[in-house]
Design a protein around this ligand. Structure first.
Ligand code: AMP
Ligand code: MG
Length: 489
C-alpha cells in the first residue's frame, strides 16, 4: 500500500495530438475539507487508507496541489444532447490528472470533477456543487456493488466557496476513476469536423489501451465497434433489470467501455413505472426508463456513424444489428434470474410482461417485490400475503402466482435453493432518492457527513440482509417520492 506521495502518475492521453485535449491546471478552491473518502476505491490504486487523514490529502484531491508527474488535461468531445447535435462540448469542469497503475497492472484514470474552468467551459463556472457530487459518489459506488459496470469514486472534498445554481450552494470536487473517460462524443467531434486522422488515432489508442485483445483482429475497428455495441446492450439490460434510469443519455455521457458514466438526474425506481422520468427537465420523456434500450441503440448508431472513416458501412450495420439480440438475451437472462428460473422457456417473456403490467397498475415497489418473491412457496396452498398485499387488485396477483407456481414446478425448482439464488441477484438495498437527499441535507445544512458514510457502507453489500439497517429496505416516504431532480449540478 502506498503513501500519497508514492502515487506515480502517467498520462498517455496527453501524449496524443494536442487537438484532442487542452492542458489546464485545476483552479484552487478555498479551505478544502474532506467530505468522504472511499477506501474500497483507494484499494484500486493501492492507496493506503490512512493517507486520507493527512492534511495534504485534500490539497491534492481538490486540485489545489499537483501530484508530481501529473499532466492535467481537459479532453475535447461533442455530442448529441436530447437528440440535437452540439458541435463542441468537452470537459468543462472535469480535469484529468492522469493514470495510476496498481500492483496488478490495472490502470485508473483519476479525474477531478468540479476543478474549475477549462477552455471547454462555454461560459459556465467549471464547478460542481456538493449536492450533485454526493449523488454521483454514492450512486457510482452503489452501481459497482450491484455488479453494474460504472465509473468509481475515490473521494469528495468540499469548500465553503459559493457556487450559483438555482440558489447559492457550495463547491465540491469529486475524484472520479475509470479505465478511461472516453465517450461516444469524443469520436463524434472529430468525425463531424472531418478530422478523420484524429478518429483513427483515437480508435488506435482506445483499442491498444483498453481492448488489446482486438488489436490483432483482421478488421480491428469493426471488432471494436461490435464490442462497444455488445457492452452497451449488456449495460442497458442491467439498468433495466435493476430499475435504474440514467436520466441524460446524451452521446457525450456514453462510455466507449460500456460503463455507466456521468451521474446527473438519475433515479432508481421506487414504484414500478415503465415511463419513469427522473430528470424533471426532460419534458418529452426522451430518456424515460422504458426508452433506454432504444436510446442505447440510437446512441450507438451515432457512434458507428463517427467511425465510418475506419469502418465500412456494411460492417457498421452488421455491428448495430447485434444490439437487439444481445440486449434481449441479456435482459432475458437477468430477469429469469430475478424470477428464480434456471431454464429458459418460451413463455417467460409473456409471464414477465404480465407481472410488470400488474405491478404498474398497482404501483408496486420494484425492488421490494423481487426481494420478497424469494420467499414464495410452491407447495403451500395458502397465498403469500406479503406479496399479494402489495397489489391493489390481489386477485390479479393470484392469477399470475398460479402460473408462476406451475412454472417453478415444471422445472423442479427447490424453494430454499431458489431463494438463496434470488437473494444474490435481487438487491435488498438500492440508493433511493430520499436516502441520497437525507445525506445531502445533513451534509449541506449541518456539515454532518455521517449519513454519507452509512450509505456508502450499506450500499457496499446490497444483497446482504443487514438486519440492523432494515429501515433502508422500506419503501420511500411520500416526500421522497416527490423529490425533484434537475440537470443543474
Ligand atoms: P453534464 O450535463 O454534466 O454531462 O455536462 C454537459 C456538458 O456541460 C459537459 O461538457 C460539461 O463539462 C459541461 N458542464 C456542465 N456543468 C458545467 C459547469 N458548471 N461548468 C462548466 N461546464 C459545465
Ligand atoms: Mg456529461
Amino acid at each position: 500500500m502506498k503513501k500519497l506521495t508514492e502515487l506515480v502518475f502517467d498520462n498517455t492521453y496527453a501524449r496524443l495530438p494536442e487537438a484532442l485535449y487542452s492542458r489546464v491546471k485545476p483552479t484552487p478552491i478555498s479551505a478544502p475539507y474532506l467530505v468522504s473518502f472511499n477506501r474500497t476505491a483507494a484499494e484500486l490504486i493501492d492507496l493506503n487508507e490512512s493517507e486520507a487523514c493527512r492534511p495534504e490529502f485534500v490539497e491534492y484531491f481538490s486540485g489545489n496541489q499537483l501530484f508530481p508527474g501529473a499532466d492535467p488535461i481537459a479532453t475535447l468531445y461533442a455530442g448529441h444532447q436530447f437528440g440535437s447535435w452540439v458541435t463542441q462540448l468537452g470537459d468543462g469542469r472535469a480535469i484529468l490528472l492522469g493514470e495510476v497503475r496498481n500492483q496488478k497492472g490495472a490502470r485508473w484514470d483519476l479525474q477531478l470533477k468540479g476543478a474549475g474552468q477549462t477552455p471547454f467551459s462555454r461560459g459556465f463556472d467549471g464547478r460542481a456543487v456538493l449536492r450533485s457530487t454526493i449523488r454521483e459518489y454514492l450512486c457510482s459506488e452503489a452501481m459497482h456493488h450491484l455488479g453494474i459496470p460504472t465509473t468509481r469514486a475515490l473521494c469528495i472534498t468540499g469548500s465553503d466557496m459559493p457556487v450559483h445554481r438555482e440558489r447559492i450552494e457550495t463547491a465540491a470536487v469529486l475524484v472520479r476513476m475509470a479505465e478511461t473517460h472516453v465517450r461516444f462524443g469524443t469520436f463524434e467531434v472529430f468525425a463531424a469536423r472531418g478530422q478523420y486522422e484524429h478518429v483513427k488515432t483515437l480508435a488506435d489508442y482506445v483499442i491498444k489501451e483498453f481492448y488489446p485483445e482486438l488489436a490483432d483482429e483482421r478488421d480491428k475497428y469493426a471488432a471494436f465497434l461490435r464490442e462497444v455495441v455488445r457492452r452497451t446492450a449488456r449495460l442497458m439490460a442491467q439498468w433495466q433489470a435493476v430499475g435504474f434510469t440514467h436520466g441524460v443519455m446524451n452521446t457525450d455521457n456514453m462510455s466507449v467501455l460500456g460503463i455507466t458514466l456521468d451521474y446527473g438526474p438519475f433515479g432508481f425506481m421506487d414504484e414500478y413505472d415503465e415511463a419513469f422520468i427522473p430528470n424533471h427537465s426532460d419534458y418529452g420523456g426522451r430518456y424515460a426508463f422504458n426508452q433506454q434500450p432504444h436510446i442505447g441503440l440510437w446512441n450507438l448508431s451515432c457512434f458507428a456513424h463517427a467511425l465510418l472513416s475506419v469502418v465500412s458501412e456494411d460492417a457498421a450495420f452488421a455491428a448495430l444489428d447485434l444490439y437487439e439480440a444481445d440486449f434481449n438475451n441479456s435482459y432475458g437472462e437477468l430477469m429469469r434470474a430475478k424470477l428464480g428460473f434456471v431454464e429458459a422457456r418460451e413463455d417467460d417473456s409473456s409471464m414477465l410482461k404480465e407481472l410488470l403490467d400488474a405491478m404498474q397498475a398497482s404501483a408496486v415497489d420494484y425492488t421490494i417485490f423481487f426481494r420478497r418473491l424469494a420467499g414464495f412457496k410452491q407447495e403451500t396452498e395458502e397465498r403469500d400475503e406479503l406479496l399479494r398485499d402489495m397489489f391493489i387488485d390481489p386477485m390479479r396477483f393470484d392469477g399470475w402466482a398460479a402460473k408462476y407456481r406451475a412454472r417453478l414446478q415444471a422445472e423442479g425448482s427447490v424453494d430454499g435453493e431458489r431463494a438463496a439464488k434470488m437473494n444474490r441477484v435481487n438487491p435488498k438495498y438500492i440508493l433511493r432518492n430520499y436516502m441520497a437527499q437525507r445525506a445531502i441535507t445533513e451534509a449541506t445544512e449541518r456539515r454532518d457527513f455521517t449519513e454519507i458514510e452509512r450509505l456508502l457502507d450499506l450500499l457496499r453489500a446490497p444483497f446482504d440482509e443487514q438486519l440492523e439497517r432494515e429501515t433502508y429496505a422500506a419503501p420511500s416516504p411520500d416526500w421522497g417520492k416527490r423529490l425533484v431532480v434537475s440537470c443543474s449540478s
